[in-house]
Write a protein that binds this ligand. Structure first.
Ligand SMILES: [Zn+2]
Length: 255
């Protein structure tokens, strides 16, 4: 085993967006398909052709204040991982390395985290799908197929280190790299009983994958998913994005 993949449940907050005006029904769907219709911060630069964010990891997090505040680790709908002071204390006490803690001007109790080092994700072996490439910026609208984690041969993680993947997954503004940590770091985090910690061993980072997934486009596809979400009709690019996004979330749920 080379380490762990760390997930974070949504904290019902946006790092780059205004909170959209949602109906109760729409709020129920936030966990599956976060609404990104709220205005984005003026610092956000987007591709004029496809609208993908071009400077996501350089935009200052001036307005971020977490709405759901119970978890020691969680994530915004638009892909930023956040941690509590307690999480930071555990890292510092135990000598865990590789994370930058970014202060949030409007929320002193939490930090955004950014690993310093990236490891190369093996998209070929994992059979990751890249959907809707933009000819102008070269980015893909959706990148689907992140787990089980598959790293390129030669990549490793120090036992006490945090890293992230060089590939970002999911769709549109939700896109984010995977947060990974070494074996000892994962065990320390689990022992610390951090709230909201969702952590899974990377069994063999270089092995061929055996993913659990639906075959969305085959005739065998079910009329609804296990979460009872109707499958959308096929073909149109925007619907493919929605399906790709759903697939990402369902893949996470079925793990
Ligand atoms: Zn573009």
């Amino acid at each position: 085993m080379v380490g762990y993949c760390i997930y974070g449940q949504f904290n019902d907050s946006y790092a780059f967006h205004e909170v959209p005006d949602l109906t109760e029904y729409q709020k129920l769907h936030q966990a599956l398909l976060p609404d990104m219709t709220g205005d984005t911060q003026p610092e956000v630069q987007r591709c004029p052709a496809c609208g993908e964010m071009l400077n996501k990891w350089d935009v200052p997090l001036t307005d971020l204040r977490l709405k759901r505040r119970r978890s020691d680790i969680s994530a915004t709908y638009d892909g930023v991982k956040t941690v509590s002071q307690r999480f930071r204390d555990v890292c510092e006490t135990e000598g865990l390395t590789g994370l930058r803690f970014i202060s949030l001007p409007k929320d002193k109790a939490f930090y955004a985290i950014r690993p310093i080092r990236a490891v190369r994700f093996d998209a070929v072996r994992r059979q990751t799908e890249f959907l809707n490439r933009c000819d102008v910026c070269g980015r893909y609208r959706s990148v689907v197929g992140a787990t089980p984690v598959c790293l390129k041969a030669g990549e490793s993680i120090h036992p006490k280190e945090f890293v992230w993947t060089d590939l970002e997954f999911a769709s549109g503004d939700e896109k984010h790299p995977l947060l990974l940590c070494g074996v000892e770091a994962g065990q320390i985090l689990k022992r610390a009983k951090l709230r909201g910690l969702d952590i899974e061993p990377i069994k063999d980072a270089h092995a061929a994958p055996a993913p659990v997934r639906f075959d969305w486009y085959s005739s065998r596809r079910p009329a609804t998913t296990s979460l009872n979400i109707p499958i959308l009709s096929d073909g149109l690019p925007e619907e493919m994005n929605i399906v790709a996004n759903l697939e990402w979330h369902i893949e996470r749920t079925l793990r």
